[in-house]
Ligand binder design. Structure first.
Ligand code: AMP
Length: 487
């Protein structure tokens, strides 16, 4: 909730700025809108609250933005037929607190001096509120509460003489995490922040370029993966081809390690690594670090499955699907209220009793955030007759909030930020609990010596508090500044 009043906040009701998202763009393909819909469908795990596509047909821009899943809107052929044109950008979104309103649904679009400009953003700007306050003081009128609109406003106000230069000018003003896909009447543009915090890949289908958050969005349409967009790189795609611009001084990339733990789809390749293999390795490493005697390894589905396979393999304990997931319920976090979230866990999972009854169970999940899932699942195992329940987590304790686009709660709601291991174990009602160590996490990703304390290869701020950028708006008198939302 907003604790630091500002010009902006006084006028709005509380919400959070954080968004987790997936982006997609395609240039020059006759089936642009249908391919964008498929790409977004593959990225649905990155946001289930809303979806949008904007296309350009050589004369006009067309937009459709709706709350709900991609399949709720973009399987309707009438909608896709209205989205004419050979270029498209798309976006899937969720923000987990407060209501979602249609005007925040991306891609955002504006008619700028140089023509139409559509933008889809994955990430979160850490200075959006300061910039917004400045812009509002200068007379800017914001239509949404999304940090992405700040980019749009800055592009509109830049004094440079063409849209691309204005966009680049804007990138020098914003801080934090951004993987952007932009469409103008001539170009498709991809941009990744100087640290490459959120992913963005380049692909090709039938000779036409594609930009997407993850490789699984290329796979679904049979597109070839070309390469990742590099940290700090801008890719400009026109009818003439592709140009790469690197306006920032070179820096070592710090992609977000949480993509490997939870966020990215296991069949995606991120930073040259198979997300699935990484997760299995987290489980193997976890077994090395906290082995025990047990009868069965049970994953918390679906997110804990790869780590549980690795754990079972390394500990030579049989792996069983001791919890069955109902696939017709969304991800736990998507429910905006804690009470509903807790209920979501019950709706989602059920014990496979015969596999659990009378057994010493090792439960494996990818992460613990508030502990809601763990409490329910441990209780479920006990009710199903488990004699012992041991919790093993395929990542280190999450002690710090994320400000770069993955929705994690404020520090006081993070279980590991406020409790030691014994308290956590008591809280979730397990016989024991163990997390993967931070060095183990890096080892599992191929870094033999663990985490390099001086030059870590990833941003792992959720576990270490080592934030890779300034947090201009986030730490203000120790309050977390959050933008609010008009009802
Ligand atoms: P919690 O129940 O609050 O401890 O959350 C942990 C569960 O949520 C785990 O099963 C994770 O797979 C999943 N999870 C972890 N991080 C996130 C996130 N940022 N958004 C949604 N779900 C998450």
């Amino acid at each position: 909730m907003s604790e630091v009043p500002s010009h902006t906040e006084e006028k709005f009701l509380p919400d959070k700025l954080h968004e987790e998202c997936g982006v997609f763009g395609i240039f020059g393909h006759t089936d642009a809108s249908a391919l964008a819909a498929l790409g977004l469908h593959a990225l649905q795990h990155r946001g289930q609250e809303a979806a949008g596509i904007v296309t350009y047909d050589g004369k006009h821009f067309h937009a459709e933005r709706k709350l709900g899943l991609v399949s709720d809107t973009f399987t309707d052929s009438r909608i896709l037929e209205q989205l004419t044109g050979k270029a498209a950008v798309g976006h899937v979104r969720y923000s987990t607190t407060g209501e979602t309103v249609l005007r925040n649904v991306q891609p955002l679009f504006a008619d700028l001096a140089g023509g139409g400009f559509a933008i889809a953003h994955n990430g979160n700007l850490t200075n959006a509120l300061s910039l917004r306050d400045e812009l509002v003081m200068q007379g800017a009128i914001f239509q949404s509460t999304s940090d992405t609109e700040t980019i749009l406003q800055l592009v509109a106000r830049s004094k440079r003489d063409n849209t691309l230069s204005r966009f680049i000018d804007t990138l020098f003003k914003i801080e934090g995490a951004y993987s952007l896909v932009v469409m103008t009447n001539k170009k498709l543009i991809g941009a990744r922040d100087p640290l490459g915090i959120r992913p963005l890949v380049l692909g090709k289908l039938d000779g036409h370029y594609i930009l997407a958050s993850e490789t699984c969005a290329l796979d679904i349409i049979g597109a070839d993966f070309i390469r990742e967009v590099e940290n700090g790189e801008i890719i400009v795609i026109t009818e003439e081809g592709l140009e790469s611009i690197k306006p920032f001084p070179p820096r070592q990339a710090r992609p977000c390690i949480f993509e490997y733990i939870y966020f990215a789809r296991p069949d995606s390749i991120v930073g040259g690594l198979s997300v699935y293999e990484c997760r299995k390795n987290f489980g193997r490493q976890l077994a090395k670090e906290s082995s025990l005697n047990a009868d069965v390894v049970i994953p918390v589905p679906d997110s804990g499955v790869p780590a549980a396979i690795g754990f079972a393999e390394a500990s030579e304990i049989p792996f069983e699907l001791g919890i069955i997931r109902n696939h017709y319920v969304g991800r736990t976090f998507i429910e905006p209220q804690q009470s509903i979230r807790a209920m979501g866990v019950k709706l989602k999972h059920n014990a496979n009793r015969l596999l659990v009854n009378g057994k010493k169970v090792v439960l494996v999940d990818d992460s613990v955030v508030r502990g809601t899932t763990s409490v329910k699942i441990v209780q479920m195992m006990r009710e199903a007759g488990a004699t012992e329940v041991h919790m093993r987590i395929g990542s280190p304790p999450i002690t710090h909030p994320d400000y770069y686009g993955i929705d994690t709660p404020v520090e006081k709601e993070l279980l590991a930020a406020n409790n030691n291991l014994v308290d956590m174990c008591n809280y979730i009602g397990a016989d024991s609990i163990a997390f993967l160590s931070i060095d183990g996490l890096y080892k599992a990703m191929g870094h033999k010596n663990g985490r390099d304390r001086i030059n870590p290869a990833y941003t792992d701020h959720c576990f270490t508090g080592d934030y890779p950028t300034q947090l201009r708006d986030q730490k203000d008198d120790n309050h977390i500044r959050q933008l609010s939302l008009l009802s």
